[in-house]
Design a binder for this molecule. Structure first.
Ligand SMILES: NC(=O)c1ccc[n+]([C@@H]2O[C@H](COP(=O)([O-])OP(=O)(O)OC[C@H]3O[C@@H](n4cnc5c(N)ncnc54)[C@H](O)[C@@H]3O)[C@@H](O)[C@H]2O)c1
Length: 386
């Protein structure tokens, strides 16, 4: 791999790199592009504009550190060209949405699994330092356990969920077989600026904001009791930054602490045992010593992390928070009530993440709770619609 891709940024005094961000014209990808360019990195964006928009990235077109390649991840050659000279990959490109995958499982499969595999192959051949990809909380499927802990998943409930789980399996096999470093970030209901309210598969927050701004009644699927761990985009940016740049040594140390202590504690608690001195002693005795663990570790690994705030907000609370925030800009919005409809197939009742693993291994520390995020998103929609 070209070492000239590395350079020092005078302001941050840290190694700056060239990062390929696939799906960079989309909601999450374009926010990542803004961040990493601002931090002084070089960024290549690969996107076929299937669900993304040029207007999300065109403010960077005159920036010499930015390159946009309009292309499809289903084409291996395109992936190889895009990753040339890059040190890292942030793979965000995919067809999102559970309902879309139920309507058209074949295309979702081709993009989310076929395209993912192409990107892994291209990243492997280029010898990138780390391959960080967008995984999904949908991988927890029908598991009812709360909070969601990374190693306890259920059966997938949609074609979309299958694709995201298969991606994790591929990343794991590529790390073992080809010595890659792969990190999957299981995003939980991300929201923030540039999330589009348009189209048949829009996410709930932009959709409701659009309805409220237009004085229409947002539709709640079900009785409003379903809850989610709504995650503000700034927390997602932080998780990606840490997934890219947390050093191998910090990761090894975090893995030691997490797998040998925290996860065992979690299992004891879940099985109903109390953390007596005896339990602690058993855990420590059955654990590998730190040096044993480090010697087992090569530079390659595949990890997945929940990326969320670790809270839960039900749909009624979400509706009220959005309505209250939007009413600051237009007081008539305060009188709008939601309309209730049937539950949607494939939706799970509750989702809340444990973020302990990301905290311990990546030093992830989300700064924005859902309420702060709702305030900011309401303000952004109003300003951008002005
Ligand atoms: N938004 C969330 O709450 C959420 C939750 C879990 C996981 N994710 C994952 O995060 C990633 C980004 O999601 P998002 O919300 O920004 O969605 P998005 O639709 O806004 O962005 C996806 C981008 O990928 C591009 N893309 C789609 N097919 C492509 C192809 N064949 N080749 C090249 N580019 C292609 C789209 O044009 C779009 O710009 C996705 O992998 C998604 O599955 C998102």
């Amino acid at each position: 791999m070209e070492i000239s891709g590395l350079f020092f940024h005078p302001r941050y005094k840290k190694i700056m790199t060239k990062i390929l961000i696939t799906g960079g014209a989309g909601f999450i990808g374009s926010n990542l592009i803004d961040h990493f360019l601002k931090e002084g990195h070089k960024v290549v964006c690969l996107d076929n504009l299937a669900t993304g928009f040029e207007h999300n990235i065109q403010h960077h077109y005159n920036n010499p550190d930015f390159t946009f390649i309009k292309g499809d991840i289903r084409d291996l050659e395109t992936c190889k060209q895009a990753v040339e000279g890059c040190d890292y990959v942030l793979h965000e490109a995919a067809l999102g949405s559970v309902p879309r995958s139920i309507e058209d499982p074949a295309t979702t499969n081709a993009v989310n699994i076929g395209g993912f595999l192409n990107m892994l192959i291209a990243a492997r051949d280029e010898g990138v330092k780390r391959f960080v990809y967008a995984a999904s909380s949908s991988t927890y499927g029908d598991s009812k356990k709360l909070p969601k802990v990374e190693d306890e998943i259920g059966k997938p409930l949609s074609p979309y969920a299958i694709t995201k789980y298969v991606d994790e399996l591929y990343a794991d096999v590529f790390s073992k077989t080809y010595g890659m470093q792969c990190i999957g970030l299981r995003y939980f209901n991300v929201f923030g600026k540039r999330q589009t309210p348009d189209g048949a598969y829009a996410a709930v927050i932009p959709l409701w904001v659009k309805e409220l701004i237009n004085h229409r009644q947002p539709k709640i699927n079900g009785d409003g009791s379903y809850s989610r761990d709504f995650t503000y985009i700034e927390n997602v940016i932080q998780a990606n930054e840490k997934a890219l740049f947390t050093t191998d040594e910090q990761i090894a140390q975090g893995q030691y602490e997490y797998y040998n202590i925290e996860l065992d504690f979690h299992k004891y608690y879940r099985d109903g045992a109390s953390a007596t001195e005896e339990t602690v002693k058993t855990i420590h005795e059955s654990s590998l010593s730190k040096s044993q663990l480090q010697s087992k570790q090569s530079r390659s690994f595949a990890e997945v992390f929940n990326v969320a705030y670790g809270g839960n907000t039900n749909l009624i609370q979400l509706f009220e928070a959005l309505r209250d925030n939007l009413a600051h800009f237009d007081k008539d919005i305060q009188n709008i009530e939601p309309e209730f409809g049937p539950n949607r197939p494939g939706d799970i009742p509750h989702s809340q993440a444990s973020i302990k693993k990301a905290e311990m291994i990546l030093d992830y520390a989300p700064e924005y709770d859902a309420r702060t995020g709702f305030e900011r998103v309401a303000e952004w929609y109003f300003e951008s619609l002005k």
